[in-house]
Design a protein around this ligand. Structure first.
Ligand code: KIV
Ligand code: NA
Length: 268
C-alpha cells in the first residue's frame, strides 16, 4: 500500500476532513498509521518527550532521529517533520539545507515551518526546489519568547494579519497550513478564503482538518493540558496504576510467579 501524498492532502479540501496527530516514536507511529492521514513529527517532542518548557531547545539531530523511527514504523500516512528553531529562519538557503537532511537522511515527505508573510519567500524557495511545505501560522510556539507566552492570536487587528499570513503561505506554494490558537471566526474566514487545506489546533471545527499532540490527547503528557485538547484516554493514570501494582508485587514477592520462571533444573 502506498503512502498518502501532499497531493492527496491538498485535494481533500472541501471533501473530507484531514486527520492528523503527532508521533515521535516507532510504537506510537505504528498505532496511529492506519487511522490518520498525516503524521507530524512535531518539535512539541521537546516538551512532551524531552521535558523542556518550550520547543526552542529542540535540535535538528533530535528531529532526524525521531523522524527515522516514525518513517520506519508507518506505511500509509504522510510523514511531515517540523524544522526546529534556528535551522531555517536565517535564509531560504539555510532552510533548504536543513530540509534536504530531513527528507534525505530521515525520510520525511515534507517539512513544516512556522511563520506567515515573513517566511513566504522561504516557502517558495523550498517548494520550487522540490520540498513540500506545510505552513504554520497563528500561535507559533518557536516565537514564544518574542510573543511573551502561549497567547491566542488573531484578536482585533490581529485578524487581518493572520489572513495576510494565510494568503502569503498559500501564494508561496504550501500544500496546507496549520492554524494554531486562534478564534473561530478568523479560522472560518481563512478556511473559506484560501485554496489550500487549513489544519487546526485550538482553531475550531471550521478548519479543513485537525491536529493534536498525541501525548496530550492520550493523557500521556500531564504537566498541563490546553483547553482545546480533548482527552481520549488517560494513559498517565493507566501507567501509574500498572507501575504501582508491579512495585507492590516485587516488594511482596508475588512477581515473578511460577509461570514467569525462565527455566528450572539442577544448578551447574
Ligand atoms: O510541534 C507540534 O506538535 C506542532 C503541532 C501542535 C501543530 O507543531
Ligand atoms: Na511544532
Amino acid at each position: 500500500k502506498k503512502r498518502l501524498t501532499v497531493r492527496d492532502i491538498r485535494r481533500a479540501k472541501g471533501k473530507t476532513p484531514i486527520v492528523s496527530l503527532t508521533a515521535y516514536t516507532a510504537p506510537i507511529a505504528k498505532l496511529l498509521d492506519p487511522h490518520v492521514d498525516l503524521i507530524l513529527v512535531g518539535d512539541s517532542l521537546g516538551m512532551v518527550i524531552y521535558g523542556y518548557e518550550t520547543t526552542v531547545p529542540v535540535t535538528l539531530e533530535m528531529m532526524i532521529r525521531h523522524t527515522e523511527a516514525v518513517v520506519r514504523a508507518s506505511k500509509r500516512a504522510l510523514v511531515v517533520t517540523d524544522l526546529p528553531f534556528g535551522t531555517y529562519q536565517e535564509s531560504p538557503e539555510q532552510a533548504f539545507r536543513t530540509s534536504v537532511r530531513v527528507l534525505q537522511e530521515a525520510g520525511a515527505q515534507a517539512v513544516k515551518i512556522e511563520g506567515g508573510v515573513e517566511m513566504a519567500p522561504t516557502i517558495r524557495f523550498l517548494v520550487e526546489r522540490g520540498i513540500p511545505v506545510l505552513g504554520h501560522i497563528g500561535l507559533v510556539p518557536q516565537s514564544v519568547n518574542a510573543i511573551g507566552g502561549f497567547v491566542t492570536q488573531g484578536r482585533g487587528t490581529g485578524a487581518a494579519k493572520l489572513l495576510a499570513d494565510a494568503e502569503a503561505v498559500t501564494e508561496a506554494g504550501a500544500f496546507a497550513v496549520v492554524i494554531e490558537g486562534t478564534i473561530e471566526e478568523v479560522a472560518a474566514e481563512i478556511t473559506a478564503k484560501i485554496a489550500i487545506p487549513t489544519i487546526g489546533i485550538g482553531a475550531s471545527v471550521a478548519c479543513d482538518g485537525q491536529v493534536l499532540v498525541n501525548d496530550d490527547m492520550l493523557g500521556l503528557f500531564s504537566d498541563f493540558t490546553p483547553k482545546f485538547v480533548k482527552r481520549y484516554a488517560d494513559l498517565s493514570g493507566t501507567i501509574a496504576s500498572a507501575v504501582e501494582a508491579y512495585a507492590d508485587d516485587v516488594r511482596n514477592r508475588r512477581f515473578p510467579g511460577p509461570e514467569h520462571v525462565t527455566a528450572r533444573g539442577p544448578a551447574g
